[in-house]
Design a binder for this molecule. Structure first.
Ligand code: KG4
Ligand code: ZN
Length: 338
């Protein structure tokens, strides 16, 4: 018996709907919100309004692209949290209303579990995925953590940031440089032309598998401020080098903890997920380190790194197989532990 799941994601500033049949992806539609660009960051009220405007056309397009009618959907999976409450409410309300009308169950999904299980989306019949157990470095705008993943429904956070997320470090430093939001992809592009050893920024000394990025942000700001006293054109003249050096520091912070986690758990299946997993410098560095250490490294396709509903639908699929559906009166939560 095949299972068809409609996934809905609306936790931040992307409205997305996807259809999967068993593990196979039939469609994945993402509508990104440009309205935040002029403010240099996501404005929660504008995000929820944009979700309201986008949700029906996005779901409609996802169904049409999949060649599936709404009557063929077995369950609707939606992001319950973590995320912006006003944004989550739009997806949750839509999912509940549609499920009630269609008489199908809903499945509430943790967004972070979605990022991890994005590795199990089959967008082609021969797509490969990590074997259990594996370690997953989850790096996004809101989260930076190392997960020990024992099974699709069994994962544990073994290290996490004590302040800013890696994506936030990219975005905040980009803002200092006057680059548009979100800064991560812009820094990635500029860094490709720069010298990663140009500036050494301070790296934190945090115990165990935890991370910290707020010190890097301060080090970045003060280093540039000091340089600008003597060289007013410093940023303009060295933008690619500054970006490459910042990116290199973030990569070194992340990968040193991955190495530590491998030593601690003796697991050599390594995956990365989340928006920052799209970073080409991080992908290359992890691949090289994996070759050197004899790890199996899994890099998700770029379309599955940033927020998308396919990853929510795949969690829905595994939950459905285990008979795990959710009550209609379960509220979305801005903070939702795994
Ligand atoms: O997973 P995501 O779409 O949303 C959250 O759940 O946060 O991640 C968004 C984050 C942003 O901070 C963005 O700057 C970062 O991912 N990002 C990147 C790249 N693409 C997206 N950071 C570095 N390099 C990239 N290529
Ligand atoms: Zn995310």
């Amino acid at each position: 018996m095949s299972v068809t799941i409609l996934g809905i994601e609306s936790s931040c500033d992307d409205t997305s709907a996807a259809v999967i049949r068993d593990q196979l992806l039939l469609s994945n539609v993402i509508s990104s919100q440009d309205v935040h660009k002029q403010y240099g960051g996501v404005v929660p009220e504008l995000a929820s309004r944009a979700h309201q405007a986008n949700i029906i056309p996005v779901v409609d397009t996802a169904l049409r692209n999949a060649g599936v009618t709404i009557a063929e959907i077995d369950a609707i999976a939606y992001t319950r949290g973590p995320g912006l409450l006003g944004s989550l409410l739009v997806g949750a309300s839509f999912a509940k209303g549609a499920a009630l009308t269609l008489g199908v169950p809903i499945i509430s999904v943790n967004h972070l579990q979605g990022h991890v299980l994005s590795h199990f989306i089959k967008d082609e019949p021969n797509a490969i995925h990590p074997s259990f157990p594996f370690l997953c470095l989850l790096v996004s705008g809101g989260h930076t953590q190392i997960m020990l993943v024992r099974g699709p429904m069994d994962m544990e956070i073994v290290g996490q940031t004590i302040d800013d997320a890696a994506g936030e470090a990219f975005d905040k430093c980009a803002k200092v440089l006057g680059l548009p939001y979100p800064g991560g992809p812009v820094i990635d592009k500029l860094a490709a032309e720069g010298n990663p050893g140009f500036i050494k920024f301070a790296k934190p000394n945090i115990p165990d598998l935890d991370f910290s990025f707020s010190g890097l942000k301060t080090s970045f700001l003060y280093t540039l401020r000091d340089k600008l006293y003597t060289e007013p054109n410093f940023v303009n003249e060295h933008l690619p080098d500054i970006c490459a050096s910042l990116q290199q520091t973030i990569i070194e912070i992340l990968l040193s903890k991955v190495e530590q986690a491998v030593r601690k758990y003796r697991i050599k299946e390594i995956a990365i997920a989340g928006g920052v997993a799209a970073n080409s410098g991080l992908r290359n560095a992890l691949q090289l380190l994996g070759q050197k250490r004899g790890w199996k490294v899994y890099l998700p396709k770029k379309q599955f790194t940033t927020d998308n509903a396919a990853m929510i639908a795949i969690v829905g699929y595994y939950s459905y197989l285990e008979g795990k559906t959710s009550p209609l009166d379960e509220p979305p939560l801005a903070r939702l532990p795994l």
